[in-house]
Ligand binder design. Structure first.
Ligand SMILES: CC(C)(COP(=O)(O)OP(=O)(O)OC[C@H]1O[C@@H](n2cnc3c(N)ncnc32)[C@H](O)[C@@H]1OP(=O)(O)O)[C@@H](O)C(=O)NCCC(=O)NCCS
Length: 175
């Protein structure tokens, strides 16, 4: 709050780089546990922590400049992240969109999605997968404008999980 009682936003969207890999790893570890306990088998959550979201894997992904690796930070602390890339001439895929549990419902997910849309102005649609049962994720995506249609079964290691595909159709300026 400032002297007049108005809320002052000290947050900023930044491009995450290899120096942020440890913070991203921690954020994903905490947020995955919070989101997927009871939805995904524990073995999948542990595999995510130790392999898919290891600092080393993240660093490798961050070196690819075609991938948007955006973070939302407040006074240096990472509160949310998104990893998004064009997957064909028309579509961008949101591979990850995560906000720390204690910082959710403050508009950070919306800011990260808005930033992704600004970064890929040519994208006619954004697509993502949400685990069935991830009610927070589904509620956020519906509210943002994603429509759910197709269901898919994804093999994660030796486990299978059910996903919903969300599609956000974007009207491209000038078209
Ligand atoms: C989905 C997620 C990124 C949303 O981030 P967030 O910063 O909390 O989202 P916002 O504050 O911008 O929410 C915008 C709107 O979405 C809806 N929404 C968000 N979280 C919700 C929840 N838990 N329950 C119901 N509606 C919700 C609300 O309408 C909200 O507006 P409101 O708070 O004014 O009512 C966050 O919940 C998260 O990290 N979840 C785990 C990972 C995940 O599901 N990722 C998305 C799929 S890849």
């Amino acid at each position: 709050m400032d002297a007049w009682g108005d809320e002052v936003s000290v947050g900023e969207i930044v491009r995450l780089d290899e120096n942020d890999a440890e913070q991203v790893h921690e954020l994903l570890k905490i947020t995955w546990r919070d989101t997927y306990t009871g939805i995904l088998p524990d073995s999948v959550i542990v595999n995510a922590e130790t392999v898919w979201h290891s600092a080393e894997t993240l660093r490798r992904q961050m070196r690819n400049r075609d991938i948007l690796f955006a973070g939302y930070k407040e006074v240096g602390k990472l509160l949310g992240m998104a990893r998004v890339a064009m997957v064909d001439g028309d579509s961008a895929r949101v591979f990850q969109l995560y906000v720390l549990p204690g910082s959710q419902r403050r508009g950070i997910g919306t800011k990260l999605m808005n930033h992704s849309r600004e970064t890929f102005p040519a994208a006619k649609r954004f697509v993502l997968d949400v685990s069935k049962g991830n009610e927070k994720g589904i509620a956020f995506c519906r509210r943002y404008g994603f429509r759910f249609g197709r269901e898919s079964t994804i093999k994660l290691g030796d486990q299978e999980t059910q996903n919903l595909e969300g599609v956000l159709e974007v009207s491209v300026p000038g078209h």
